[in-house]
Ligand binder design. Structure first.
Ligand code: DX5
Ligand code: ZN
Length: 220
């Protein structure tokens, strides 16, 4: 198997020092920087918005992997792209016209991702899978960092992997929520290509060293 990509979530970083938090990840094992945008509508929490995304982008060396936990994401796609996003992931549950939104993301020159809440079955992606660059499987209910991993997610990853192969999709599988050194290897074994980790990385005394440990744990 391939070594997965690592995407630390800045939601768990020190917002008072976003420049240094972003800069110190430059030489780390992080492949992408995961940015969680929440609107207090789709999820019961508010994180940060486009100006802060832009500020992160100014100091980032890695591509920005933007996870939109917002209603009406179609209204913000070009602003998110202009702020520096490389990947834009919208929620399945937030898009009535998901196919259109996915095409809009691609037309902006970004990689298109769709996120699934823990209760949303993977088979709902059957007719869109081939159009996607990324599927984000939520392994906690979106809205907050630091929650514990929902074990059923492992089975969803296995199912999703099958679905992607069957539909000829080359989309990457990203796992988000409660990822740590204890469940990372099993997730990669099940088919995860990208591991998001927030509190596991940033609540540790040395985030860069923690990322290196995670990298070693899941090395091919
Ligand atoms: C949760 C966010 C996650 C969050 C993960 O709604 O989508 O990206 O930052 O944090 P941890 O790794 O602490 O569960
Ligand atoms: Zn996220």
């Amino acid at each position: 198997r391939r070594a997965p990509l690592l995407a630390p979530s800045l939601l768990a970083a020190d917002f008072g020092n976003l420049q240094s938090e972003t800069e110190r990840l430059a030489g780390s094992a992080a492949d992408w920087l995961h940015c969680d945008i929440m609107d207090g509508r789709f999820v019961p929490n508010i994180s940060f918005g486009i100006p802060v995304l832009q500020a992160i982008h100014r100091h980032a060396k890695q591509p920005l992997d933007v996870h939109l936990m917002i209603e009406d994401p179609q209204n913000y796609l070009s602003a998110v792209r202009d702020a520096g996003a490389r990947n834009i992931t919208v929620h399945y549950e937030a898009c009535t016209h998901l196919h259109r939104v996915v095409q809009q993301i691609k037309a902006l020159g970004c990689q298109a991702g769709v996120a699934l809440n823990p209760h949303t079955p993977v088979w709902l992606l059957e007719d869109i899978a081939a159009d996607l660059d990324l599927v984000l499987v939520m392994s906690v209910n979106p809205g907050f960092g630091g929650q514990s991993f929902i074990p059923n997610t492992l089975r969803k990853v296995t199912e999703l992997k099958e679905l992607l192969v069957d539909s000829g999709s080359s989309a990457l599988i990203e796992i988000d929520g409660g990822v740590n050194i204890d469940n990372a290897a099993a997730l990669v074994e099940a088919g995860a290509d990208v591991l998001v980790a927030g509190s596991f990385v940033f609540s540790s005394p040395d985030p860069v060293a923690t990322l290196a440990e995670l990298r070693a744990q899941v090395a091919a």
